[in-house]
Every structure is written in C-alpha cells, then in structure tokens.
Design a protein. Structure first.
Length: 412
C-alpha cells in the first residue's frame, strides 16, 4: 500500500508559512509603508552533483550512481527594530538527473523567525516547512549554514528510498519572563508534523512529535548561568493507536568563556510511557561549544536524546555535530563538518532498529568578487543498519557551485 496525500494539501502546506508570516507582519508592524528597516538578500546557486551511491544501498550490485544539475534559489527577507526582529527565507532546490529522471525533485523550504521584546517579557516563534524527496530528507547532512546545533532535529531514519516525498512542519513558539536581572523563566513548544507521499506503508510512517519545555535560568556571575529544564512530550505515529508520552528533567549551566566563545552543558533523564509497555529511564543531555572569531567560526555538540522519526518508534540516539570554517585569505575560505549518530535499542526496547550513520564534509570557497563565489563540496557518508543486516553502505558525493549573492538591499 502506498501512502498518498492530496496534492492541494501539499501546495497549501507550502503557502501556509508565508500566509502566517504576512499576517504577523501586518499585526506587529502597522507602519510598514514608512519603515526603512527591511532588508532583502537574494542568493542564487547553480551546480553540478555526482554521487556514486545515491540511495546508500548495502548491495554493491544495486548501487545507483547519479550525475545531474542543481538550481538553488533563496531570498532572505529581514526586519529589525529596537524591540522586534523578523525574518523569512523561502527556498527552492531543483535537482535534475538526465540519466535517472526518476530521481528528479523540486524541493521547497521555508524558514521564519520572529521575536518581540517588552520590558520584562520576550515572545516569539520559529517556523519551518520542508517538502523534499525521501532520498534527501531521511539522510542527515552536515549543513555549514547551521550556526547553533540546538537548531538541529534528530528526525532522520537513515532509510534512503529511491521514491516518495516527505512533508515536514516544525513550529516552535516561545515565551520568557525576567523576574530580575539575575533570574528568568522560559516556556517553549517544539511541534513537528511529518507526512509521507508515495511511500509504501510499513517502510516509513507519518507522525507528530510535540515537546513542551519549561526552563528556569539564574545568573551566578557575569559569565556563569545555571539552567534547570522540565520537559514533557507526546509522540504519535499514524499506524499505532497508542500515543507514546514521556517526561524528563535536565540541569546544567551556560558559561561564557569570552565574548566570542560560549559553553553550554546539561544532563538529566527522560522516562517514556506507552500503554502495555514499561520503559526504563534513559539518561540524556548535551554539551555545546560555539566559538565565533573574525576569521574562525566553530560549533560543536555531543547530544544524547530520545528521538522520534518515521520509523514509528522512539529511539535512543547519541549524536555528534561539528562545523568548522576558516577564512584563509581575503578570497579563500575552507570548512570541515561532521554529522554522526548511533541509534541503539533502549534498555526496555524503545526501538527495534540499530543504526550508525556518519557523514564527513569538506568545503572550499573562492570569492571571485563581493557577489560571485565558486564553491566545491565533498561528502563521504557511511550508513550501517546494524548487526541484523550485517552490511553497511557508503557513498562519495561531490558538488560544484557557482554562487551569486549580491549585498542585501533595503526595501520599502
């Protein structure tokens, strides 16, 4: 059986983030015609791609080698004032493979951020929409544009199919209140909705995953802040009648090593509950290091978490994320990246599938001028489904890009 969804709903899903953001703009910024705080930053990329195992197949006789053309168009729209910031970034990536047209895809992404500060209160939201092929959506990537590892969702399964699409919503509203200059409380919700189109039932299934976090912060000094988070979640796969719920507690600190370097660490547990099953508590936590200098940018994180995905089960995952970029000269920069995770069967059988996934990335950028850039990107990926399969897959992917990114211009 193939899971299908109304195409009109897919189009509507792509338009909803834009409609929502326009409505918020109309409410929050009533004097748009007189505002001069809007900036528009277009980015256009044209590239070539080769991948010697596009579906990460463990059988060498069934590997699919792809070569094709890519078009990546994005527009970054930003607004800022003394108390309010807003941005929306629609993006489209077209992939065309002349020798394997079944792999062609037209992927759509929309990201939006809104924040409004009052005397003691801050409110805001982050909204994401993704409509892309399963082949790329279920493949964790080392993304050089991600500056904060906390923005990464561990929702990929590693099941790289040659057909089907994934439509994903992620909405994250938040609120914070400052009791004084040393203590505050914050509440945020992370809602994820994933649906699959043209995917055989049983291979992947849609789900919703909702998490509520309540965090108390207290400053002990100008550089050291204590953190305490209470979290609750509900994971609801389409094909399972019983929701999986959970709760957890984390404690830790945030330490500013300097103006350009920040360390954050938290540790705790999460307990999961489902009708008919009794799961043990799982230790969870993370350590994040972010460093931004004039010529060096680095972000790194180790994370242990209980995650949901299209596998229809929760899994315990140990993840590593690393992004490192350095400006070698006025015209040349280079970068390294790592995205890796290991999903294991929980002590009470939270997941039925083990998996080890590793992607190593290296990149090189040559700035021909302020607006024109040549970029080369190499990724080596390993996908190991675990001892039950007994084999692992690997691929070599190379992308070459010509990038046009003119300076942001004022609008309105």
């Amino acid at each position: 059986m193939v899971t299908r969804h109304n195409p009109d709903h897919v189009v509507l899903g792509a338009l909803l983030p834009i409609t929502l953001c326009i409505a918020i703009c109309a409410t929050a910024f009533p004097n748009l015609a007189r505002a001069q705080n809007w900036q528009l930053g277009p980015v256009l990329r044209v590239g070539l791609e080769t991948d010697d195992n596009a579906t990460l197949n463990i059988r060498t006789d069934e590997e699919v080698s792809l070569s094709g053309y890519l078009l990546d168009a994005r527009a970054d729209v930003e607004y800022s004032s003394a108390s309010t910031s807003f941005s929306i970034s629609p993006r489209a990536i077209l992939r065309k493979y002349p020798d394997e047209p079944d792999f062609d895809s037209d992927d759509i992404y929309v990201r939006s951020d809104f924040s409004h500060e009052m005397q003691s209160t801050t409110i805001g939201f982050r909204a994401f929409f993704e409509q892309q092929s399963v082949r790329t959506a279920e493949r964790a990537v080392s993304d050089p544009e991600i500056e904060d590892p906390d923005d990464i969702t561990d929702d990929e399964t590693g099941r790289i199919l040659r057909f089907g699409d994934r439509n994903k919503w992620r909405i994250s509203p938040y609120w914070s209140y400052e009791f004084s200059n040393i203590s505050s409380i914050g509440v945020d919700v992370d809602y994820i909705d994933v649906q699959y189109d043209n995917v055989f039932e049983g291979l992947l299934e849609g789900y919703t995953d909702t998490r509520l976090n309540v965090t108390y912060r207290r400053s002990f000094s100008a550089v050291n802040t204590g953190l305490l988070t209470v979290t609750g979640r509900s994971y609801d796969p389409e094909l399972d009648e019983n929701d999986i719920t959970g709760y957890g507690v984390l404690g830790g600190f945030e330490y500013s090593l300097s103006e350009k370097m920040r360390l954050r660490a938290m540790v705790g547990f999460e307990e999961t509950d489902q009708s008919g099953f009794d799961y043990d508590r799982e230790p969870i936590g993370f350590v994040t290091l972010i460093r931004n200098l004039e010529t060096i940018r680095m972000s790194a994180q180790y994370r242990r978490s209980v995650v949901g995905s299209g596998s229809g089960r929760l899994s315990v995952r140990d993840s590593i994320f690393l992004n490192f970029g350095r400006r070698l000269s006025e015209r040349v920069s280079a970068g390294l990246g790592v995205r890796a995770y290991n999903s294991e069967e929980g002590r009470a059988g939270i997941t039925l599938e083990e998996r080890t996934y590793i992607q190593l990335r290296s990149s090189f950028r040559w700035y021909l001028s302020r607006a024109w850039v040549i970029e080369a990107d190499y990724r080596y990926t390993v996908n190991d489904p675990g001892p039950e399969v007994g084999e692992r897959a690997n691929s070599n992917q190379i992308n070459l890009w010509i990038v046009y990114q003119p300076r942001s211009i004022s609008v309105l």
